[in-house]
Design a binder for this molecule. Structure first.
Ligand code: NIG
Ligand code: FE
Length: 407
């Protein structure tokens, strides 16, 4: 039988969507939590904890005044790949654009070559190093996309590596992004490649490698008609969809994704009013990626005020990848979400907790409340707004995952 633990002396930013009005972080000043079997049994003010319930605890952990948040969730990463692309960063600094580099055969395709060449063991060693870096800042759930394999075998290899990252002590959700770029062997035959992407999908799903399906709908990616075919296949297999949408131009991909009830649309710098309305109607999460915006030195901001006005939930993520966002700091993304995108610090934290969970279709985490997974972080700060205020500083004290202290 697993132990019941009473966690006391916490200052809780519950981020609960059942708590009071937005703007108060779901704050509980002198908070306590009871965890059992990996779940939170009770969360509230210490003074409200019934004695008989407190008496069921096998052990008590004094959190000594730490600010406590839900475990952080990085809901959009391309963490598994071979090589790196610092050279392209230099080219861009000299004036080349991301699209030009991609059209010249660099960009995603150069990572595809390095990923195909790397052994599963090499990919795992590199990805594990990256995942550990995210974990040192409190990440307990991580999404990882494929999309640098672009053949059935190489996509499967990437997804197996992603799954194995769970051995490090975090939850991993995998997303099949076969429609990320056109591999050289399909040059001039994009529709044939989409056929292949759709054919591989049931096989990858059968191997237990796919939790969701994503695509890159863009001038340098795939058209909305091609994206639709990918989504239709996903729907037939019962897989939820997400989309890299309106990153470099407005393709109307968001409206298409929302037709399929997409969990999230991600990037969104060029999102239109029609796209916002579609997201609102379908309850789709807007995943904001300030690292990619910064690293590509974009100037067109996603329409944050309009998303907020429409009540579209906003998540924040690293988009870790070798081309547009080589960051391994989700905390830095909180800061950038505020400075660049004008999120409030509370919105930013919701973006890596409750709304990030929603972007992955996970309702069992991202908040501190009874019934949720007992995944939480203890921070050496006085107020949760400091998580966005600091940049390049990590105030994490410790992480609890499934009710157990993570080493
Ligand atoms: O999320 N935009 C497409 N995909 C990635 C970048 C991939 C790459 O350049 O390697 C992104 O920004
Ligand atoms: Fe991405």
């Amino acid at each position: 039988m697993s132990k019941t633990t009473l966690w006391t002396q916490g200052r809780l930013a519950t981020m609960s969507d059942e708590a009071g009005p937005a703007g108060d972080w779901g704050w509980i000043e002198d908070g306590a939590m009871l965890s059992q079997d990996g779940r939170l049994l009770w969360v509230g003010a210490r003074a409200d904890l019934p004695d008989d319930l407190a008496g069921t605890a096998d052990q008590v952990h004094d959190m000594a005044g730490a600010v406590v948040t839900p475990g952080l969730i990085d809901c959009h990463t391309h963490l598994v790949y071979g090589g790196q692309r610092a050279h392209e960063f230099e080219l861009r600094l000299k004036g080349a654009s991301y699209e030009e580099i991609a059209r010249a055969g660099g960009g995603i395709r150069s990572s595809v070559a390095a990923t195909r060449e790397a052994s599963e063991h090499q990919l795992y060693a590199q990805a594990a190093h990256r995942a550990l870096a995210l974990m040192t800042e409190g990440v307990t759930t991580l999404e990882v996309k494929s999309g640098y394999g672009l053949s059935q075998a190489s996509e499967a290899k990437m997804l197996r590596v992603a799954r194995r990252l769970a051995e490090l002590g975090l939850d991993v959700r995998t997303t099949y992004l076969g429609a990320h770029a056109l591999p050289a062997e399909f040059q001039g035959r994009a529709d044939d490649y989409i056929d292949a992407v759709c054919q591989w999908m049931p096989k990858l799903k059968r191997e237990g490698l796919v939790d969701a399906v994503d695509a890159f709908c863009e001038g340098i990616g795939f058209t909305s008609a091609q994206t639709r075919r990918v989504f239709e296949t996903a729907r037939a297999l019962g897989l939820p969809v997400k989309l890299h949408a309106e990153q470099l131009s407005d393709q109307g991909g968001t409206q298409l994704a929302c037709e399929f009830g997409a969990l999230s649309c991600d990037h969104l710098e060029h999102l239109s009013e029609a796209g916002i309305a579609a997201m609102k109607a379908s309850g789709t999460v807007a995943v904001l990626l300030p690292g990619a915006y910064y690293f590509l030195r974009e100037t067109k901001l996603p329409p944050i005020a309009a998303l907020r006005e429409a009540g579209v939930p906003m998540a924040v993520s690293t988009d870790h990848n070798p081309g547009t966002s080589p960051t391994l700091s989700l905390l830095l993304m909180l800061n950038m979400a505020c400075t660049q995108f004008r999120l409030t610090p509370e919105e930013a934290l919701r973006g890596v907790t409750v709304n990030a969970a929603r972007a992955l279709g996970l309702r069992d985490r991202g908040q501190l409340r009874a019934g949720q997974r007992a995944d939480f972080c203890l921070w050496d700060i006085d107020h949760p707004n400091e998580l966005s205020y600091f940049f390049g500083r990590n105030p994490l004290r410790l992480v609890v995952r499934g009710g157990v202290l993570r080493a």
